[in-house]
Design a protein around this ligand. Structure first.
Ligand code: 5GP
Length: 183
């Protein structure tokens, strides 16, 4: 689905499919350099990061592995509460592995902050974060983020894996959801 298919649902298209692909290629080149011969484990946070992991992994020229976690961040509507529950844990053991946690979006950072503390206890050789989108104005915790796709305004966005009420994940670009849809 492209933004033209749902033009009335968005107030603005922030990034198109092609702009996202171009930025991902740049990040992949950085990761290729940083992780040459390290066979990193990409940890995708379900469901939003599915598109990022799928595209990032294929843009890499180095070997990598993938694993998935699902967390729920007890929130309602468009707000995060910061209380996190692990719904699906990793299959892989992290001890000695070079781990890159791949996120769709970092908003308050509360969800990821919890996750990073949890993953750090599993003794990975290294632990870094890659996120496709970040809202600098919304961040509430210190997080060292090694790879950022785009900094975006503090508004609720959908597309490229990001949903509202389960929909819009299959939008190829990313845009600001019209408040008319959720108010
Ligand atoms: P955080 O804990 O950083 O506030 O955000 C956790 C989760 O909230 C994200 O992984 C994402 O699932 C969701 N989220 C935060 N901001 C947005 C947004 O603008 N759009 C959508 N669709 N989800 C968001």
């Amino acid at each position: 689905m492209d933004s033209a298919d749902i033009a009335n649902d968005l107030t603005e298209v922030l990034y198109t499919k092609d702009q996202i692909a171009a930025r991902l290629a740049e990040l992949a080149a950085e990761i290729d350099r940083d992780y040459a011969d390290k066979n990193p484990l990409l940890v995708g946070v379900l469901n939003g990061a599915v598109m990022v992991v799928a595209d990032l992994s294929r843009a890499l020229k180095i070997h990598c592995e993938m694993d998935w976690m699902a967390v729920s961040s007890y929130g309602s509507g468009t707000q995060t509460s910061g209380v996190v529950r692990i719904l699906k844990d990793l299959n892989a053991h992290l001890a000695g592995r070079h781990v890159i946690v791949v996120e769709d979006i970092i908003d308050t950072g509360l969800t990821l902050s919890y996750l990073m503390q949890n993953l750090a206890t599993r003794e990975p050789a290294s632990l870094q974060i890659m996120t496709m989108f970040r809202k600098p104005a919304a961040i509430q915790v210190e997080l060292d983020i090694a790879y950022v796709g785009f900094d975006i305004p503090n508004q609720f966005v959908v597309g490229y894996g990001l949903d509202y009420a389960g929909r819009y994940r299959n939008l190829t670009g990313v845009g600001i959801l019209s408040p008319a849809i959720y108010s």
